[in-house]
Write a protein that binds this ligand. Structure first.
Ligand code: SAM
Length: 409
């Protein structure tokens, strides 16, 4: 039998990367301790849209397999009493970002037409005008269209360096040159058979070989927003594409560098950093964001600081087959959950982990979660049930609970 207990942190593997549920206005010590260590801080804060965002979370095996059912839950509110309150948050974010950066580090601030202008003035003040590097325009086609003005179809990503000797290697983001829009150029083939376009200027011939890469400028039109059925989608309303984050991180980081995102939402930055072999620290004020991020991350080297369960009558159903050497997860029995009416104990579980609890810390040794690729939950473990002394579950609404084995009566 397992009983619900409180844990104050979870450690997976060596626990070096960080995922924290916290508010940047009351910065947790774990983030303060990273001052001067980050090679890149990327921030995608609320845009001051005035919206109240919802999120969709697939329910059970069918939900993850087909996309329905996927009940809607409140995500985060992008609502402020006015510009003053919003700018207070932004000033805090930019100030903390600068403190976290190493002298060679860089800062990205992702906004849209609403707040990009005051943010540019603010960042010029905090980082200094000479540290401004780029205003990247990320243009896309999705979303509604206006007839009263030109449709607003781009986000703005400001790039600043902390100091004069910042790391930046554009050759890490090559794009295929192809034939492109070079109709005004002559086409040719050299002695090795390589195709090129050429132009003569001031008597000199310039050749651009088809097989040589080109590098992105500051207007990006080749990365689209995530489509409804994109397997990368987590259901978090303002999720950014991994491809965008990879292009932002690649030129400014190397393997082992630290990447920080203080408004990590569904965790795109952290997943991108993890894929690139970087260390990472992510934070979000919204526990659901942290829960989605955790389910998404494959990292086996993570510390998670997030409040646990929210009460309610819940029972963990497990089965020990001591002779067969098997431990089985049979689900969560819940009263009044915020799931579809016909719920099953197993479908109520989105992910589960096994491990041990010591002094309020859960040390995980195995993690199982549903995903669009693996909608079915791993239910049975071939190991001595007695070795499973603690379990952490995330239910289908994203609520995490810790359970400790209690002595049989
Ligand atoms: C635009 S979303 C980030 C989306 C993210 N880039 C992604 O790909 O999923 C902004 C996030 O900022 C978080 N946020 C808002 N105020 C915050 C605060 N004071 N401290 C930390 N996070 C905050 C919200 O909860 C939200 O998840």
């Amino acid at each position: 039998m397992f009983e619900q207990v409180n844990i104050n942190r979870e450690v997976i593997g060596a626990g070096e990367n960080l995922l924290i549920c916290g508010n940047v206005m009351a910065l947790p010590q774990e983030i303060r301790d990273l001052a001067g260590k980050a090679q890149c801080v990327y921030l995608d804060p609320p845009f001051m849209t005035g919206e109240k965002f919802m999120r969709r979370r697939p329910y059970g095996e069918q939900g993850w397999r087909t996309g329905t059912p996927a009940p809607r839950y409140p995500a985060y509110e992008d609502r402020y009493t006015g510009e003053k309150e919003y700018l207070r948050l932004l000033r805090r974010l930019v100030g903390v970002a600068k403190d976290l950066l190493a002298d060679t580090g860089v800062f990205y601030l992702h906004l849209d037409w609403r707040m990009a202008a005051p943010a540019r003035i603010m960042c010029d003040k905090v980082f200094g005008k000479t540290r401004y590097l780029n205003e990247i325009i990320w243009a896309y086609e999705s979303g509604g269209r206006s007839r009263r003005y030109f449709s607003r179809k781009h986000d703005v990503i400001l790039l600043y360096a902390k100091g004069p000797k910042y790391g930046f290697d554009l050759t890490r983001v090559p794009l295929p040159r192809g034939e492109g829009r070079r109709n005004h150029m002559a086409r040719g083939r050299d002695e090795q058979g390589r195709m090129f376009s050429s132009i003569v200027s001031h008597g000199k011939e310039y050749r651009y070989f088809d097989d040589e890469p080109i590098y992105p400028g500051d207007v990006w039109t080749d990365i689209s927003h995530l489509q409804q059925r994109d397997p990368e989608r987590t259901g978090y309303a303002t999720q950014k594409p991994l491809k965008l984050l990879e292009r932002l991180l690649l030129p400014v980081t190397r393997e082992g560098d630290l990447v920080v995102d203080l408004c990590c939402g569904s965790g795109t930055t952290l997943e991108a950093a993890d894929r690139l072999g970087c260390r990472f620290a992510g934070m979000d004020v919204n526990p659901e964001a942290v829960s989605i991020t955790l389910n998404r991350l494959k990292s086996s080297n993570l510390t998670v600081l997030c409040p646990g369960g929210k009460g309610g009558k819940v029972r963990l159903l497990t089965e020990d087959d001591t002779e067969g050497g098997r431990f089985r997860m049979n689900g969560l029995e819940m009263e009044n959950p915020a799931f579809p009416a016909k719920q099953s104990a197993l479908d109520n579980v989105e992910s589960w982990e096994t491990g041990r609890i010591e002094d309020g810390v859960f040390y995980a040794d195995q993690r199982f979660r549903r995903s669009f690729r693996y909608p079915e939950l791993t239910q049975e473990l071939k190991l001595d049930p007695a070795s499973v002394t603690a379990v952490v579950t995330t239910d289908a609404a994203g609520i995490r609970r810790a359970w400790k084995r209690c002595p049989e009566e």
